[in-house]
Design a protein around this ligand. Structure first.
Ligand SMILES: *Cc1c(COP(=O)(O)O)cnc(C)c1O
Length: 492
């Protein structure tokens, strides 16, 4: 597919522009009740500025807008670290069952035993998957799981009279939320460098590790998509110094059924239900970032956790709980999808997930390595990080390559992250894509690499087929036009 004509900019043609006085999208029957009196005129707005459209114009307008959306259900979405995989529709149907959706969070416990049983089982299964002892389903996202974990570590250390541990170590290959979390928790963040293999530099770790360290936050696999081969030794070093090992398990689709955080020596880990466990995401919500911990941290879990007693399931507050991290019980609908996903797949299915995730990423690695620089040349886990440095030598940035992919019909991968890779191009194909889909995407990136050689201008000016070309991103972020006003044209 080469550069075709740009689609009409539907955003510039708002319903207001289509408005014709007197048109309406529905015809109401004659009023069969007495007309109520209007409020005093000073309370009424004179100009409502409502567009007047026929029904068919309205339907066509919104359908055209909806077609501008790109999602996992419309195409390949290789956004690294985000796990934009396909989620089976049956899980949506289950989460929409009235027995779940019509629950009220303040209902008496004896009337919601089914929902509590679901949460109880999910807690147990996530404990098993992570190899840890206790689980809280309360955190509403990965980053909130991290903050919850860091606050628990703080409370745990305080109880042991170890408030002097003021530092949290974070490898430079960690997800950006890790240092942000440690800082929000009131700790000083110390960055630990990676070595030239993309692993934690053991020398750097040893010299940063002293009695002032509270924890190390390690993303596994790290944001280079690599497994940390020294993880056993790292856990041992930390524990010998009295520090804790926090795991960022947001990308556990690389490990399911094959490696467990508890077995590797982690004390605490969060998972992202909205990445690995079948909740569609993007656009900011709702998520779920359960936290799994070793026994010594279980008394600090946020309240409530679901417990089983002789009279049935109950909501309990752990003994030294850090308190609530949100209203009620976490995002229940997300938990239902995760439950359904685990029930549908079973242990063998989960092993297949991690196998497919890793094989798919390595397939992309193998197909693209001749055309794009691979800074860490080794087998990857669920994602692969290339560098656009070769293309930049021709005057084309990774940014341009990402924009050109839009012309080929693909959502671009994550770019310029992780920060330790120059011109990073971070591709996560996910476990749900077929070989044909991976091939089509790789063919596009290979074609773009050839364009960079022969006609770089085409790449630098992409996208050519999208309704909107390149925005002034700073202005779009700082002075976004969010509202149409009749008086001032369509300025904000
Ligand atoms: C997505 C992600 C996070 C943050 O999760 P949110 O739910 O977006 O807060 C943290 N760490 C890693 C490795 C991630 O991929």
């Amino acid at each position: 597919m080469s550069s075709g004509p740009r689609q009409p900019d539907i955003g510039a043609r708002l319903t207001f522009d289509l408005s014709k006085p007197g048109r309406t999208a529905c015809s109401l029957p004659p009023c069969d009740v007495p007309a109520a009196e209007l409020p005093p005129p000073q309370l009424l707005r004179r100009e409502l500025n409502l567009p007047e459209l026929s029904q068919v114009d309205l339907v066509r307008y919104f359908l055209a807008l909806s077609r501008l959306n790109y999602g996992v259900d419309s195409g390949f979405y290789p956004l690294g670290s985000c796990t934009m995989k396909y989620n089976p529709k049956v899980h949506e149907e289950l989460a929409c069952l009235p027995g779940f959706t019509r629950l009220h969070p303040l209902q008496p416990l004896e009337t919601v035993q089914g929902a509590l049983a679901l949460m109880y089982d999910l807690q147990r299964w996530l404990a098993e998957i992570t190899g840890l002892d206790a689980v809280s389903l309360a955190p509403a996202a990965g980053a909130q799981g991290e903050l919850t974990g860091i606050l628990m570590i703080k409370a745990y250390l305080a109880d042991r009279g170890e408030e002097g541990r003021r530092r949290v170590l974070v490898p430079d290959s960690a997800h950006g939320t890790n240092p942000a979390t440690a800082a929000m928790g009131g700790f000083e963040v110390v960055t630990v460098a990676s070595d030239n293999q993309g692993n934690t530099d053991m020398q750097a770790l040893a010299s940063a590790l002293d009695d002032g360290v509270a924890a190390l936050m390690l993303t596994l696999p790290n944001t280079l998509g690599l497994f940390e081969p020294n993880i056993g030794r790292i856990a041992e070093m930390l524990h010998r110094k009295g520090a804790l090992l926090y795991g960022d398990g947001a990308n556990v689709n690389a490990l399911l059924g094959r490696a467990r955080f508890g077995d590797m020596g982690f004390d605490i880990v969060h998972l992202n239900m909205h990445k690995t466990f079948s909740t569609p995401h993007g656009g900011g919500g709702p998520g779920s970032g359960p936290l799994a911990v070793k026994g010594h941290l279980a008394p600090y879990l946020p309240t409530p956790v679901v417990d089983k007693e002789s009279e049935g399931f109950v909501l309990a507050t752990p003994e030294r709980s850090i308190g609530r991290v949100g209203l009620f019980y976490g995002h229940f609908g997300v938990l239902v999808r995760a439950y359904a996903y685990l029930r549908a797949l079973g242990v063998e299915g989960l092993r297949q997930v991690s196998e497919n995730a890793v094989i798919n990423a390595n397939y992309v690695l193998a197909r693209l390595r001749q055309a794009y620089h691979l800074p860490y040349d080794r087998r990857c886990m669920h994602e692969v990080v290339f560098s656009g440095s070769r293309q930049r030598a021709k005057g084309v940035r990774t940014w341009d390559i990402a924009k050109r992919l839009i012309d080929y019909g693909f959502h671009p991968p994550t770019v310029y992250f992780p920060l330790i890779v120059d011109e990073a191009l971070m591709i996560e194909p996910t476990e749900t894509e077929s070989k044909e889909a991976l091939d089509a995407f790789c063919d596009a990136l290979l074609a773009i690499a050839r364009e960079v050689e022969k006609e770089p201008q085409v790449v630098k000016e992409a996208p050519h087929t999208a309704p909107i070309g390149r925005l002034d991103e700073a202005t779009a972020a700082r002075r976004p036009v969010l509202r149409w006003r009749r008086e001032a044209g369509n300025e904000s």
